[in-house]
Design a binder for this molecule. Structure first.
Ligand SMILES: [Zn+2]
Length: 75
């Protein structure tokens, strides 16, 4: 798995939607790649911020697409 693949799959990773094989590859890459670790942490912070909003408002159905777009901008 390369950096691009990892970044595309970070959201699915954090939502627990990856297969076991993808999870293993993701962990292996994150252990070696500081840039992707930082990216994962940034997305985690973003998601935890959304969880706070979620308590008051329903989650927008397009939230994942919005995060994907944001990640695409950073690439
Ligand atoms: Zn990487």
């Amino acid at each position: 798995m390369n950096c691009l693949e990892v970044r595309i799959k970070i959201i699915q990773f954090l939502f627990g939607e990856l297969t076991i094989v993808e999870l293993v590859e993701m962990h292996r890459h994150l252990a070696e790649c500081a840039a992707c670790r930082l990216e994962k942490e940034a997305v985690e912070i973003l998601l935890s911020g959304m969880n706070c909003i979620q308590e008051c408002e329903p989650v927008p159905p397009d939230i994942k697409e919005k995060i994907y777009l944001k990640l695409a901008e950073d690439l």
